[in-house]
Design a protein. Structure first.
Length: 232
């Protein structure tokens, strides 16, 4: 999570926290389950637990560590906690969870309302997906998992999410033209001294990707960064 306290970014982040806490409180009050479906989870919290238990030699992504899961199965729930707390066997420290829990206390909202638990489910795709559920609805876990499995569509993603993605998805050409235009504007703003280091950092490529133009088939594309052997 990026941003420093006292900046405009942080002020916007705090407003988002407020709205997030209010939304979770409303859903809990009305008995409306709200579920987070993570299509590309990058965490390694489960893998770290397996390393500690001597079942893995080193931490890797959870999706890789759990590829052995059979279709239709899901892991036991794990819970996000404050980084200052001593994690139990099924608990994972999280800065975002810490921010939500602290904000709930400040707003006079029961911490349970914003306490998030998660599981990994194999819906039949090549790797499992991550599902996040607020604590007030974990007693309906079996019902929620059954619904996700029943609604599987392309790539075994629940149909409502698949449709939402298809309606909002940009083509690769559109995306890369946008990124090219954005970074050109960023370069101009940097030259004029109008952007802070924090502003620029928010737009840097992530996970080894670099954006640019290619002549292959006349398309613009995001290119993966150099492999390990080339970076040495």
């Amino acid at each position: 999570m990026r941003g420093r306290k006292g900046t405009s970014y942080w002020s916007e982040f705090e407003r988002t926290l407020d709205e997030g806490v209010k939304a979770l409180e409303l859903c809990a009050k009305e008995g409306i389950p709200i579920v987070g479906f993570v299509k590309r989870p990058e965490g390694c919290s489960v893998a770290k637990k397996l390393v500690k238990a001597g079942m893995l030699p080193r931490p890797i992504r959870d999706t890789v560590a759990l590829k052995w899961m059979k279709a239709g199965t899901y892991t036991s729930l794990m819970r996000y906690i404050r980084r200052t707390a001593q994690p139990g066997k099924m608990e994972v420290p999280s800065r975002m969870a810490e921010e939500y829990l602290n904000r709930a206390v400040q707003m006079g909202v029961d911490e349970t309302v914003v306490s998030i638990e998660f599981t990994y489910i194999n819906t039949g795709y090549s790797f499992p997906y991550k599902v996040e559920i607020p604590a007030p609805f974990t007693d309906r876990l079996e019902e929620i998992m059954a619904l996700l499995l029943a609604l599987r569509a392309s790539r075994s993603i629940p149909f409502p999410i698949y449709v939402a993605d298809s309606l909002t998805k940009m083509t690769n050409v559109t995306r890369d033209l946008f990124m090219l235009s954005l970074r050109t504007r960023l370069a101009e703003e940097v030259r004029k001294g109008r952007l802070s280091d924090e502003d620029v950092e928010m737009f840097l490529p992530r996970h080894g990707e670099s954006y640019g133009l290619t002549e292959e088939e006349g398309q613009f594309s995001a290119r993966p960064g150099p492999g390990r052997s080339k970076r040495r």
